[in-house]
Design a binder for this molecule. Structure first.
Ligand SMILES: Nc1ncnc2c1ncn2[C@@H]1O[C@H](COP(=O)(O)OP(=O)(O)OP(=O)(O)O)[C@@H](O)[C@H]1O
Ligand SMILES: CC(C)(CO)[C@@H](O)C(=O)NCCC(=O)O
Length: 385
C-alpha cells in the first residue's frame, strides 16, 4: 500500500457502530521543529488530551495495552492509540469536541459504521469537518490487511487443540469443556503467516454479526449474518440479571452453570440419543428449563448469563462453520468487541469449530479485535489527498 500524500493533522479513523464508537488516533512522532511551531495550540492541546489520558469523560476509554508504537503510515512515523466509548454518548462526544475548540479547526474525518450515516448531519453542523463516509465491511477487511502487513508478533493467535475426541459430542458442554485439557492450552502465535490465510471466513461479532468470505483484500462478500450477536448477549443479560455493563455480564457468565437454565438432551431422553450422536449433555433447548417455576427460582444470575452466552455462541459458531464448509475455507477469523476480555467464548468457538470439522477448520483471533473498521478508515484517510 503506498501512502504518499500528507493530509493535515490530526489523523483519525472512526467507526461508529451500533453499540460502541471506535476511534484510532495517529500521534505523529516525527514532526519537524517547523511543523511543531505551525501546529498551533488547539491541535497541541487535543494531542496531549488524547495521549496523556486513559479515560475521557464518564464513558471514554483508551485501550492502552493495544497502543502500537512507531508505525509508519506513508512517510510519517507515529503511535497508534485506540479509544472507544458507547455510541449512546455520541452527542456528549460532539459537545466535548466543541468544548475543546475542535470546531475552530478545519479537518477531515474518515468515518465508517452505521453511525457514519446516522450522525453525519449533526456532526457536520456542529464541527467544521469534512465528513467522509466509508463502507464498514470494506474498512474492516482493509484494516485487517493493514495490521497483517505490520507483522506484529502477537496480533494473530489461536488455541491449540490436540485431538478430536469422538466421545466428545457437545462442543458447548461446560462439564466436558472444563475437563478438556486442550482448552487450557497456551496461545500459539500465528504472526507472520497471516498472508497465507486467504481465503478465510471473517466473522465480525459486534452488536449484530456479519459473516464474510474473504478471498483477498479487494475480493470479499458478505455471505451470512445474524441479529443474535454481542448486542443480544448484553441486552438479555441486562434484562435477566440486572447487570449494567458488558464487563459485569462477562464476569457473571464466567461463573455460571447453563445446565440450570438450558434443557439438555438428558432432560428429554433421560440419557443419550445415540442414533444421532446426541449425548446426554448436549443443549437441546437454550433456556428450555425456564418455563418450570422451581427451575426458574433456582437459576442464579450467573447461570442466566452463561446460558445467554452459550445461546449466542451456539448460533454464531454454527453459522461460521456452515459458511466455512460451504465456501471451502479452513480458517475462520473472529473479530468484534463481543470477544473483548472474553477468553471463554474464544475457547468455546475454537473447540466447537475443531469438533464439528474433525480438526479441519481452525479459529483464529486478532488482538485488536474491535478496531479494524476504525483502522481501515484511518488508512483511507492517510491515503487521501
Ligand atoms: N465496554 C463495552 N460496552 C458495551 N459493549 C461491549 C463493551 N465491550 C465489549 N462489548 C461487546 O461488544 C459488542 C459491540 O461490538 P462492536 O463494537 O464490535 O460492535 P458495533 O460496531 O458497536 O456493532 P455493529 O457492528 O453491529 O454496528 C457489544 O454488543 C458487547 O457485546
Ligand atoms: C447491521 C450491521 C451490518 C451493522 O454493523 C450488523 O449489526 C449486522 O451484520 N447485523 C446482522 C444483520 C443480519 O444479517 O441479520
Amino acid at each position: 500500500m503506498s501512502i504518499s500524500e500528507k493530509p493535515n493533522f490530526p489523523w483519525f479513523g472512526m467507526d461508529i457502530g451500533g453499540t460502541l464508537v471506535k476511534l484510532v488516533y495517529f500521534e505523529p512522532i516525527d514532526l519537524t521543529e517547523e511543523e511543531k511551531l505551525k501546529q498551533g495550540d488547539t491541535l497541541r492541546t487535543i494531542q496531549r488530551y488524547l495521549v496523556r489520558n486513559e479515560a475521557y469523560g464518564e464513558t471514554g476509554v483508551r485501550d492502552v495495552d493495544l497502543e502500537i508504537k512507531a508505525v509508519k503510515l506513508g512517510d510519517r512515523l507515529g503511535n497508534l492509540h485506540f479509544i472507544r466509548f458507547p455510541t449512546s454518548s455520541m452527542y456528549k462526544f460532539i459537545d466535548l469536541c466543541v468544548k475543546k475548540n475542535l470546531h475552530l479547526l478545519t479537518f477531515k474525518i474518515y468515518a465508517t459504521g452505521g453511525g457514519a450515516f446516522k450522525f453525519e448531519a449533526i456532526i457536520t453542523k456542529s464541527l467544521n469537518v469534512k465528513w467522509i463516509k466509508c463502507d464498514e465491511l470494506e474498512m474492516l477487511v482493509q484494516g485487517i490487511e493493514f495490521m497483517a502487513s505490520l507483522n506484529l508478533d502477537e496480533e494473530c493467535f489461536f488455541f491449540k487443540i490436540w485431538t478430536t475426541d469422538s466421545n466428545f459430542s457437545n462442543p458447548f458442554s461446560m462439564s466436558q469443556i472444563t475437563n478438556f485439557p486442550l482448552l487450557k492450552a497456551n496461545f500459539d502465535l500465528q504472526s507472520k503467516k497471516f498472508s497465507d490465510t486467504y481465503p478465510f471466513i471473517l466473522v465480525n461479532i459486534g452488536s449484530g454479526v456479519s459473516i464474510l468470505l474473504v478471498n483477498s483484500e479487494k475480493d470479499f462478500r458478505r455471505v451470512s449474518g445474524t441479529s443474535i450477536g454481542g448486542g443480544t448477549f448484553l441486552g438479555l443479560c441486562c434484562l435477566l440479571t440486572g447487570c449494567k455493563t458488558y464487563e459485569e455480564a462477562i464476569d457473571l457468565a464466567n461463573k455460571g452453570d447453563n445446565t440450570k437454565v438450558d434443557k439438555l438432551v438428558q432432560d428429554i431422553y433421560g440419557g443419550d440419543y445415540p442414533k444421532f450422536s446426541l449425548t446426554s449433555d448436549v443443549v437441546a433447548s437454550s433456556f428450555g428449563l425456564m418455563h418450570i417455576k422451581d427451575k426458574r427460582e433456582a437459576a442464579t444470575k450467573e447461570d442466566l448469563a452463561k446460558a445467554t452466552l452459550l445461546a449466542v455462541l451456539n448460533n454464531v459458531g454454527l453459522l461460521a462453520k456452515e459458511s466455512a464448509v460451504s465456501h471451502n475455507c479452513e480458517k475462520v477469523v473472529f473479530v468484534g468487541n463481543f470477544l473483548k476480555a472474553n477468553t471463554l467464548s474464544k475457547k468455546l468457538l475454537s473447540h466447537a469449530l475443531n469438533y464439528w470439522s474433525n480438526g479441519k477448520i481452525k479459529a483464529l483471533f486478532l488482538r485488536h479485535e474491535g478496531y479494524f473498521g476504525a483502522i481501515g478508515s484511518l488508512i483511507n484517510f492517510a491515503l487521501s489527498r
